[in-house]
Write a protein that binds this ligand. Structure first.
Ligand code: ACM
Length: 687
């Protein structure tokens, strides 16, 4: 905000000015919680006034600025111009302007290293005529840029940044997103736009799950058969890998590769069957699950192979950590191999866990030789391994606790499996170090943070963004903001705002849905499909796999269930409004609920012709029928509550039974409004 100019006051419009000033002052005292920041900064004080964004906005550095901060400044200006339509005068792609004349100044001391515990803090001061961003490293500057972009707001006079002071630093050093490119390959563009999304919410590590039973997804020079035979031609060249790493580094994000061994390795063994624990040949796996092929941990050729392999990968990936997977080895091939059994006896390895620990130890020594620390899923945990390894807990929080109590570092992913289509609130309240975690302070320090995991069995490049965003922003907040930041309603308010802003980065979480609906309808007439989709969510957990249809790598993921977002906003708001109505009995809320239900009920008739003309939609006919039924029940319940008629038990029982039937999955999806309608039905009894 610029202060009211004297000429403005001189024009005699004092009253208007006073009113305007008062409203500006009131805004200045607004609860910082009304800002759309995600993650919430560690310290924030809103002050008076607004910094107006005009075409004169210019960024300047105080002292030296390296390439990373300059490129980030250019992206910052581009995004701001994109939103505001302003033709900024500064030639921001060239050298940054002289600092004295710039209205936005930044400064940092040293280039940040891309490693855990690097200083990512920043201090931001916005006053009416200047923005000042100070950080220890350029990583902090990058975070500050994102904060300012989130702070951008609008009023009747245009765009502005509210005046404030922020001192911000992350709670956890390791804030990651895993993207599985093995189950469904994700082209470089998908990775890049998600890196932009990660940077926007201050995540700092991409965990790139590059190999699994279904694919070996990067070029290997020393063993080219790996990508030639293990990928169906869908792999990244090493130039592409370097490009992604550089793109991530420009955004302050580490890239940690995962090479999942000794199990989850069919695609490798297609190329090198002699390294398996059972005779080949092997075929690239098309299905999802846990499979038998596993490296032979007793064969020295295995270690010669991995020595050369990791030597190459250690130089390709600059990050200090390499993830070796280590999960879900079912041990069947080990059990049926006589030589492996003899090896176990000879080496006093009592079970397959001990044998895998032996394998892990050998692999860890290879990684250490090439200057890398080992990360693995919680199955790799075995006291005796060096203390610089990192355990990634996925089967439950206990693994994190156990390993921390024995002095090992850990990261949490249990509770952050975003492929399971759980609500954002579920992930949000999953704290790596909750109050119940029975750890001493020193042990708590070993918990480095967490990672959202985007497993790709049921996503393609078309749908993956909608599974990652915006819910991952809620996880990003959990990993960055103080533990006390827990207000779920406020998180949803900010998540709704960031969800829209993330689109400017090319993320497709909303826009692809429309395209998918047009494809399903075979036309641009998708209104009724859009309406039913408002209240549909995909089945949670792994339930989609239990519906009598076997999903494979080749299955189309183009149905309504795939177009549906993991968490229906309309249903969430409907549930909230229902609770509010039942608490207050407010007639206006009841009317709004009823209007909504009438719309959903009426949709069935509108949708039917579309379903008839597009056979791919036939599976949603019963879902649409259910929406009709449930909406109708909701309307009747509201009428009964408002009329204060005594509860009709027979009707309640009938309605409950109908809701139960409607809960049975159709089209691998569920209607997310049913719990709210059930509450309305129940409430008819107590009025
Ligand atoms: C895993 O989800 N198997 C790590």
């Amino acid at each position: 905000m610029r202060c009211p100019s004297s000429s403005f006051l001189r024009r005699g419009t004092f009253i208007v000015a006073l009113l305007w000033f008062c409203s500006a002052f009131a805004a200045a005292l607004e609860n910082p919680g009304n800002l759309n920041l995600i993650p919430v900064p560690s310290k924030i004080a809103v002050t008076e006034g607004k910094f107006r964004i005009t075409e004169d906005l210019a960024i300047g550095a105080i002292g030296e600025a390296g390439a990373r901060s300059k490129k980030a400044a250019a992206r910052f200006m581009e995004r701001l111009a994109g939103r505001t339509g302003l033709f900024f005068k500064q030639d921001y792609l060239a050298e940054l302007g002289p600092s004295g004349s710039s209205s936005f100044l930044f400064k940092y001391e040293t280039p940040g290293q891309l490693e855990p515990f690097e200083d990512e803090s920043y201090a931001l001061t916005v006053s009416p005529d200047r923005i000042l961003l100070i950080a220890k490293t350029d990583l902090g500057v990058l975070h500050g840029f994102e904060t300012i972009l989130q702070l951008m707001d609008v009023d009747s006079q245009g765009y502005f940044i509210p005046c404030l002071q922020i001192d911000d630093t992350p709670r956890f050093a390791w804030r990651g997103l895993l993207i599985d490119v093995a189950r469904h390959f994700m082209p470089v563009d998908v990775i890049k736009r998600n890196l932009d999304g990660m940077a926007a919410v201050k995540l700092n590590i991409l965990h790139w799950h590059l190999t699994d039973d279904q694919g070996f997804r990067l070029e290997c020079k020393i063993f080219p058969r790996l990508h030639q035979f293990g990928s169906d031609g869908l792999y990244y060249s090493q130039d592409q890998v370097r490009d992604v790493i550089a793109y991530a580094a420009d955004r302050g994000i580490r890239v940690m590769p995962e090479f999942d061994i000794p199990g989850h390795s069919t695609s490798w063994l297609v190329a090198y069957p002699a390294l398996a624990s059972a005779p080949g040949p092997f075929k690239i796996e098309r299905k999802w699950g846990v499979f038998d092929p596993v490296f032979n941990p007793t064969d020295e050729n295995t270690y010669r192979f991995f020595d050369l392999f990791f030597e190459e990968m250690a130089s390709l990936f600059p990050d200090g950590y390499i993830h070796i997977g280590g999960d879900e080895n079912n041990g069947k091939q080990w059990d049926s191999n006589l030589e492996i059994q003899q090896f176990k006896k000879a080496h006093n390895l009592l079970d397959n866990h001990a044998l895998q620990a032996y394998f892990n130890g050998r692999i860890q020594a290879i990684l250490a030789k090439y200057g890398k620390k080992m990360v693995g899923w919680d199955e790799i945990f075995q006291p005796g391994l060096p203390k610089d390894i990192v355990i990634q807990s996925w089967r439950g929080r206990q693994a994190l606790i156990d390993s921390a109590q024995r002095g090992y570092q850990g990261i949490l992913s249990s509770g952050y499996y975003i492929d399971l289509c759980q609500p954002a609130a579920y992930h949000y309240l999953n704290d790596p170090i909750s109050d119940e975690v029975p750890l001493k302070d020193e042990e708590k320090k070993l918990i480095l943070g967490g990672e959202a995991t985007m497993w790709s069995e049921l996503v393609t490049q078309e749908t993956i963004d909608s599974r990652i965003w915006p819910r991952t922003a809620a996880i990003a907040e959990r990993l960055w903001s103080p533990a006390s930041v827990q207000d779920v309603d406020d998180m949803y308010r900010r998540l709704d705002a960031i969800a829209v802003r993330l689109e400017e980065l090319g993320l497709t979480h909303f826009k692809n849905q429309e395209m998918m609906l047009r494809r399903l309808a075979g036309s641009a007439d998708i209104g009724p499909l859009r309406t039913i989709l408002e209240v549909i969510e995909p089945l949670k957990q792994y339930k989609r796999h239990d519906q009598g249809l076997t999903y494979t790598e080749l299955s189309p993921l183009t149905r309504i269930v795939d177009a549906a977002l993991p968490e229906s906003k309309a249903a969430r708001l409907f549930r909230k409004m229902t609770d509010e109505f039942l608490r207050t009995n407010d007639r206006k809320i009841a009317d709004a609920l009823k209007t909504q239900l009438q719309r959903w009920r009426a949709n069935h008739q509108l949708l039917r012709p579309l379903i008839k003309s597009s056979p791919v939609l036939s599976e949603i006919e019963p879902l649409s029928q259910d929406l009709y039924t449930v909406a109708d029940i909701g309307i009747q319940a509201l009428d009964a509550i408002l009329a204060k008629t005594a509860g009709d038990r027979a009707w309640v029982n009938e309605s409950r039974a109908a809701c139960e039937l409607a809960k049975k999955s159709k089209g691998h999806a569920e209607l997310a409004l049913i719990p709210a309608v059930e509450k309305l039905v129940q409430a008819t009894l107590s009025r």
